[in-house]
Design a protein around this ligand. Sequence first.
Ligand SMILES: [Zn+2]
Length: 313
Amino acid sequence: MTCKGILGVDVGGTNIKAALVFGRKIERRTKILSMAHAGIRRSIEQLKSVIEPFRQEICCIGIGIAGIIDSKNGVVIFSPNLKGWNNVPLTEYLHSEFNVPIRVLNDVNAICLGEWKYGAAQGCDNVFLFTLGTGVGGAAICEGRLLFGANGFAGEFGHTTVNPKGPKCICGHYGHLERYVGAEYIVARAKRKMKRQKSSLTRQDALTPEIIAREARQGDAVARQTFAEVGYYIGVGVANILALFDPEIVVISGGIARAGKLLFAPVRDTARRLVLGAEHRRYKIVPARLGDDAGILGAALFAQSRGKPTEIS
Ligand SMILES: [Zn+2]
């Protein structure tokens, strides 16, 4: 069979996105609202309906999903976005319908692969990427290989401890990074400050990290302090990453990464201050480049790597 295009799919809590991919070129896209709470059967039907229009044009399918994924066997062990998805043999379900090779991986791993091959981390062998959004995810490329870990849990940056006596995280443990820099906690931090200080943020209807970043650029003191503190906590996390993996590049992905200097200055400063042997290290901390396309391109890349679950060549 001659290789046609590859279908890259990104299954999120809000949307299911798919696109026909040729190399780094995205040709046709589709997006539907995800029925994440409708149960496994309904979600699988939805996925099939997204794939169906591409059936004649694809030679394989790569699917990125949030959660713990057994990529070797194509099983979704657990997904926080999809209600009831525990140990779901996804590739088996889909293969009977589409009869092309199908591979599944964690969504942040997909973003990391995309940025590695086509985006901010091109040409690097040791990469750490993390996503800042409602949740905080992470993924690592070590010595030119995507790191899965013994249980498929590798790279869970948001659930590393930055303060053992800190507040309770959504996962039940205390003082995890996500509890400090996840979107809703950034907003909560700003709101606490607004009670004590005058701020232009009080004029906003609904606060988001993006709005806080915008007001910080306009000079609002509360917004600026909020970003300085958030940057500090991310910097603590990045210093840990540098110490553990020694990457040549740390890529920050997600909406908040667009805050620019406001975020990157305190992150870079803190990481430099805290990491062992800073003066001997060469590394960069940079924003992601591909935006939403990274996950689709990465899933498509992964689909091509059949037979080599830990390698993309
Ligand atoms: Zn946690």
